[in-house]
Design a protein around this ligand. Sequence first.
Ligand SMILES: *Cc1c(COP(=O)(O)O)cnc(C)c1O
Length: 470
Amino acid sequence: MSDQKPRLDWDEFTRLGAEIAQWGADYHRGLAERPVRAPLTPGAVAARFPKSPPEQGEGLDGILAELDEKIVPGLTHWQHPRFFAYFPSNATPPSMLADFVASIVAQQCMLWQTSPAGTEVETLMLDWLRQGLGLPEGFHGVIQDSASSATLAAVLTMRERALNWAGNREGLPGQARVRVYASNEVHTSVDRAIWVAGIGAENLVRIPTQGPLRAMDPGALKAAIAADRAAGYLPAGVVACTGGTGTGACDDLRDVLAVARDEGLYSHVDAAWAGAAMICPEFRTLWEGVELADSVVLNPHKWMGVQFDFSAHYLRDPEPLVKTLAIQPEYLKTHGKDGFVNYSEWSVPLGRRFRALKLWFVLKAYGLEGLRAVLRDHVTWSQALAEVLREDARFEIVTEPVLSLFTFALKGADDAAMIDFVNRVNEDGRIYVTQGKTAGRIVVRFTVGSFACTEADVVLAGDVLKELAG
Ligand SMILES: *Cc1c(COP(=O)(O)O)cnc(C)c1O
């Protein structure tokens, strides 16, 4: 029986590792030739696999051919130079290599003592990034798996801080009704955090927006808080956004966060996409006042070349978050090690990978200046395309560019015609865009963010859009 046990074959590992690196380089070099979105029907990928697992191991010989045959045709190519949809999700070679290393050493970084390097490099890398972003000293960073998780952690903190931690202890029935405030421009992860935190969608109070950046009206926020207090609710927190997902809306953080602070409310800023751009000082006007926030999240896994998963969560004071999320069973106690950070106490999941390696490799390879150059190009090219479309009588710009994101429509097209246009563009395969809804109408949402993108790719996008506009 013993010869049936899996062998840990390090010779195969070195051979296949080199082959996969070659395969990966070829995949990336050939991306521009492929359609951006997989032209498949549901079930097509699964149909290529046997229905049941193998009883006997067969080794990994032939795995590259199988990847090419079974997997690659089913990929939507997020690293494609002409991926202009959703938001970018970039993987750069240094980050891929770092993830390989992270898998090799396979750390479980829940406590300082379970990975001193994992913990200390996380602290250090998030401090490097903090400096790069221009966030003031005193903000402490932690890596979350996603912005959704960071927002959930922040919303739980809002709830517990307002309830003086009675929610965790006693449950929510019988407690005062907690209220959280946000505009309609925030990401749906805020809605889900509210549901999961047991606060209930009815207690997420929507504050109207104003101005060209669709910013929350701070006067309306103040009034809503006052009305809620008068009605016996318990105002707990404000979620603001820098670069909302739909159209890149930006709240006026200086005003909104000042209201939160005056009212004793916990504040969280969701800058998941736009936050990366704050490494460029000229874009920081978009989040002026961010230093007043209690909690800020941004995703290096979107626009900083550090592939999923890597969400940077900054806390002005980690104490209320840790008080909300830390569990301390006996086996997790690090006796006598007070003063050491245990990052599992800062997040909902307990286990955590060594993700900080990715940011280290990327910053070491490119430096902040290298990353800034990429982002600045994206913003310039995207804004140039907006001008090209504006000059064409068939198009109208619906929301002006915020960094590299703008929305547009075909003049006079109703929603059905717009959906038809988006489908035409995406089925064509040369570019990939997303539809969105703003001010009650369907628009095309266009954002430049792929690290493989060149100016020529954005120009080509303009040509494709014009050609298919009819
Ligand atoms: C992408 C995005 C999110 C969700 O990010 P995840 O890391 O996938 O959870 C949340 N908020 C905004 C503004 C986003 O752009």
